[in-house]
Design a protein. Structure first.
Length: 253
């Protein structure tokens, strides 16, 4: 097998949560381009359908499934839909995420819990649902954030805490499942990529953050997606329990 062949995902089946926008869409397209059938999970069915149509138009296989990862039953239903349609689950990308920017003294319990329920708990429920069905050689990638590793200058306690917890969850699941079940578990910590979340930042915020970047630009969605393909493909077959930072250098400044 050549080096380039090791990045192919022919006949693999991948689930991507949060697949209706931003990085989730880029991940889904990249997985399809590498040869995988893609099961798209998100709450917004109209956007899911559009993403699925664009993948099919390009010659790929896609199944949109409405899902709320904060609900364990919905996570199970998403995994079961993948099994019913394609007969297997080889890859899970836990990308669904939400955030708040509320000062800690004013953040309500419901606001804090809503972020944890999606970002952390949702990743765990999905990992459980898929881990019960995955065969040896499968791979899970949890999407963390640079805000798990550094401050972004905004009051984002819930988001930062949830993304830091993702790194601990990744290590523990890798320790439990890689040797016993043959499932590799890794995380990606993206920096600043254009998405719905970055569009909600205060005016001038990203310009200020750019001064911390060693590569003086925002990342492209395709750059982060390329890291994902490496991690879930045979090319990343000796990597588990790791968090790969894709951030233009912001976490070392």
């Amino acid at each position: 097998m050549s080096i380039l062949d090791q990045f192919l995902l022919t006949d693999r089946v991948a689930i991507v949560t949060g697949a209706s926008s931003g990085l989730g869409v880029a991940f889904a397209h990249a997985l399809s381009q590498a040869g995988a059938a893609v099961v798209l999970g998100a709450r917004r069915t109209d956007r899911l359908a559009a993403v699925a149509d664009s993948i099919r138009t390009a010659g790929g296989r896609a199944l949109p499934v409405q899902a709320d990862v904060a609900d364990p039953a919905s996570c199970t239903a998403l995994a079961e839909a993948a099994m019913a349609e394609f007969g297997r689950i080889d890859i899970l990308v836990n990308n669904a995420g939400v955030g708040t920017a509320v000062p800690a003294t004013r953040e309500t319990p419901d606001e804090f819990r809503s972020v944890i329920d999606v970002n952390l708990n949702g990743s765990y429920w999905m990992a459980q649902a898929c881990g019960r069905r995955m065969q040896p050689g499968s791979s899970i990638v949890n999407i963390s954030s640079v805000l798990a590793l550094t401050s972004g200058g905004l009051p984002q306690a819930a988001y930062s805490a949830s993304k830091a917890a993702i790194i601990g969850l990744t290590r523990d699941l890798a320790a439990q499942w890689t040797g016993r079940k043959g499932i590799r578990v890794n995380a990606i910590a993206p920096g600043f990529f254009k998405s719905e979340m970055t569009e909600q930042y205060p005016q001038g915020y990203l310009d200020g953050m750019s001064q911390r970047l060693l590569i003086p630009r925002m990342g492209s969605l395709e750059e982060c997606a390329a890291t994902l393909i490496w991690l879930v493909s045979p090319a990343g077959g000796y990597v588990t329990g790791q968090t790969i930072v894709v951030d233009g250098g912001v976490t070392i400044t």
